[in-house]
Design a protein around this ligand. Structure first.
Ligand code: KIV
Length: 287
């Protein structure tokens, strides 16, 4: 098993398609890693699919670090990327670098930062200068949901498309090792993928990107909130979980769980019980 590194991801450009998924805890990271994901993103989508917020804006650095540590403990092979949450890289360069460093101290190998405007490029440069690899993220950047007026496709008009191409080039030039393209037309994603020398990883950005990412809870059918058009559900685990939990509750209520022979502990027969507990009323449990 060879650990995936930042240079390894860079070298996959145009040759091997990169498979990336989110994970937020130890057991799911173990499964995603064992399944062969190249990159595990501890996404701030945590806020929506795990913590139940309507968007990602309430997620704090402390929330992210708590979950990053759990994911790191469950990961052996994949590159772990920590998603810098809202306000963790918006206030000052010093605070941004310190927050990014906390992800590295939590065991992440890189951080992801949303946006590609000039002031963001300056922030990313400062984080890179602290030897912290950065994954960019442009298109629909969920932390800008209020400014964008909702979760909707970006890069539709010529001006917007040109701006996104410029941002992708700026992220490449500053030194990002890859870029997430979220919710942009497939043709624009293909153009950007051709234009930059670092891997693009698409979510709702068509098939031409160098890799793809999905939110684990969407793919597994655990999250019951809005499911965007670009999600393919590979399972319906919320339904499976409910069936299992209902069966358990029925067994409890009807006295079928636990089974006395296979799911219970015993210390011996009547004589042993009398010797241990001394009381006449202690009986062997048989059903
Ligand atoms: O937070 C997240 O899960 C993300 C992915 C959708 C790229 O940013």
């Amino acid at each position: 098993m060879k650990k995936v590194t930042v240079p390894a991801i860079r070298s996959m450009k145009s040759s091997v398609r990169i498979g990336m998924l989110t994970a937020y805890d130890y057991p799911s990271a173990k499964v995603v890693d064992a399944a062969g994901a190249d990159i595990i993103l501890v996404g701030d989508s945590l806020g929506m699919v795990v913590l139940g917020y309507p968007d990602t804006l309430s997620v704090t650095v402390a929330d992210m670090l708590h979950h990053t540590r759990a994911v790191v403990r469950g990961t052996q092979r994949a590159l772990v990327v920590g998603d810098m949450p809202y306000l963790s890289y918006h206030v000052s360069l010093e605070e941004s670098v310190r927050n990014a460093g906390e992800f590295i101290r939590a065991g992440a190998h890189a951080v992801k930062v949303e946006g590609g405007k000039p002031s963001r490029i300056t922030t990313i440069a400062a984080i890179l200068d602290a030897e912290i690899p950065v994954m960019g993220h442009i298109g629909l950047t969920p932390q800008s949901v209020n400014a964008l007026g909702g979760f909707r496709m970006q890069g539709k008009g010529a001006d917007e498309a040109r701006r996104l191409v410029d941002e992708a080039v700026a992220l490449e030039e500053v030194g990002c090792f890859s870029i997430v393209l979220e919710c942009v037309p497939a043709e624009l994603a293909a153009f950007i993928t051709e234009r930059v020398s670092i891997p693009t990883i698409g979510i709702g950005a068509g098939p031409a990107c160098d890799g793809q990412v999905l939110v684990l809870h969407d793919l597994l059918g655990i999250y019951d909130g809005h499911t965007p058009k670009f999600v393919r559900k590979y399972a319906h685990l919320a339904d499976d979980m409910r069936v299992a939990i209902e069966a358990y509750l029925l067994d409890v209520r009807e006295g079928r769980f636990p089974d006395v022979a296979t799911e219970s502990f015993h210390v011996g027969g009547e004589e042993e019980l009398k010797r241990l507990y001394g009381a006449q009323q202690v009986k062997v449990v048989t059903s």
